[in-house]
Design a protein around this ligand. Structure first.
Ligand SMILES: Cc1ncc(COP(=O)(O)O)c(C=O)c1O
Length: 382
């Protein structure tokens, strides 16, 4: 998210220049989608409203006890002008699970998808066309009743915001420098680490701010019990590319690994897509635990040749420098590696309809259907 508050441009005509250089969440489309519900009663139909302040009672439950969950998903433009949401139903499923972890009624997936589609359809002219650019959608759900008793919310409000966006770490995909957290932990087994709840992000900020003051972009979190196993960054999952040397056993000299999701890591949909796309490309990618010692040994021996982070907001970004304890390690030559670039290109190619959507990840948005015969035809319509 940009440091400055987003500019709201309440117009259907996108002011010149914005889509060429949108930044990340710098400009709202000027429109939001809203709906309400609660346990045991139907959700209201999503409606579109002008972007503006939300009126809230000072005793709003979610403000006091943190019943707040969110999602982040993107709509991409294809060369034929059509617009498609990427993995909308999967984001909806995760949104529902995040809510349920906080004892909130989850929004049914089809309702979530309908609300996202309604907003993107209305704002389709805000979707930039550059490779890697998108319309970023931020669905937010919070306990909305006015009551200071600690309890699961009986009323919930869902708001969806939309922003034209470049990748959050920039469109040049400059490699990140990342510091391993040694004192603080982000999540523990049995906690809320897997949920996209606001409190997880608030809890990560002190350490992240300290790392940024020391010149790093991000924090790498270790498991909360042994303080040994690599989990993820504050907003992205992590992958490692190992050069095992011999191709005899597997036919591959490179092995790509990502830490398993055991309840303390957000189950990234980009991570999942990359595991699938790596398979499609004939690469050997698996879920496998990596210890901080294993990571350090790999960097010292040169066996760990690439590290990259991935997530909806940032796509796929190399990690060029890793701070472990009081020592900094350069990953490879510090620049983006070929496997990182190859996987990002494969992901963006599907997202922009340049290659067939053979896993059914795209949902074409009403009013922007692809022209007949284009690759995007294989996506599901709404
Ligand atoms: C903590 C955390 N990890 C990983 C991810 C990546 O998930 P996704 O690829 O679904 O955006 C996110 C982003 O939502 C996140 O907040």
């Amino acid at each position: 998210m940009s440091e400055a508050q987003a500019t709201t441009v309440a117009t259907d005509i996108v002011p010149a220049g914005i889509l060429d250089d949108p930044g990340f969440c710098r400009y709202s489309t000027g429109r939001i989608a809203v709906f309400e519900g609660g346990p045991g009663r139907p959700w209201s139909e999503p409606s579109l409203e002008p972007y503006g302040a939300l009126a809230m009672d000072p005793a709003t439950l979610g403000l006091h006890y943190g019943q707040v969950v969110f999602e982040g998903l993107k709509a991409f433009r294809s060369a034929d002008g059509s617009v498609a949401l990427f993995r909308a139903a999967d984001h909806g499923r995760r949104f529902e699970l995040s809510a349920e972890r906080l004892a909130m009624a989850g929004v049914p997936v089809d309702h979530f998808v309908r609300a996202c589609s309604l907003l993107v359809s209305a704002d389709h002219h805000w979707v930039p066309s550059g490779f890697g650019q998108s319309l970023y959608i931020r669905p937010l759900l919070f306990g909305s009743e006015a009551d200071l008793g600690l309890k699961p919310p009986r009323s919930l409000r869902c708001v969806l915001l939309a922003y034209p966006a470049d990748p959050c770490f920039g469109k040049d995909f400059r490699p990140l420098s990342v510091k391993v957290a040694t004192d603080a932990v982000r999540a523990v087994r049995g906690g809320t680490g897997e949920a996209k709840c606001a409190g997880n992000y608030a809890a990560s900020l002190l350490t992240r701010t300290q790392a940024q003051a020391a010149g790093y972009d991000e924090v790498l979190w270790l498991d909360g019990i042994e303080r040994r196993w690599v989990e993820e960054l504050s907003t992205m999952n992590l992958f490692f590319v190992w050069n095992d040397g011999s191709t005899e056993a597997t036919g591959h000299s490179l092995r790509i690994t990502t830490p398993p999701c055991t309840g303390t890591v957000v189950r990234g949909l980009t991570r999942d897509a990359l595991l699938t796309l790596a398979g499609d490309l004939g690469l050997n990618a698996v879920e496998e635990p990596t210890s901080v010692d294993g990571m350090r040994d790999g960097l010292e021996s040169g066996r760990l040749v690439e590290v990259f982070a991935c997530g909806t907001a940032g796509a796929v970004v190399a990690v060029g420098r890793l701070g472990i304890g009081d020592k900094d390690f350069t990953v490879g030559d510090g620049h983006e590696g070929v496997t990182t670039a190859r996987l990002r290109d494969a992901l963006l190619a599907v997202q922009h309809g340049r290659t067939p959507d053979k896993h059914g990840w795209l949902l074409h948005v009403e009013g922007t259907e692809p022209a007949e015969g284009s690759h995007g035809d294989e996506g599901r319509g709404i």
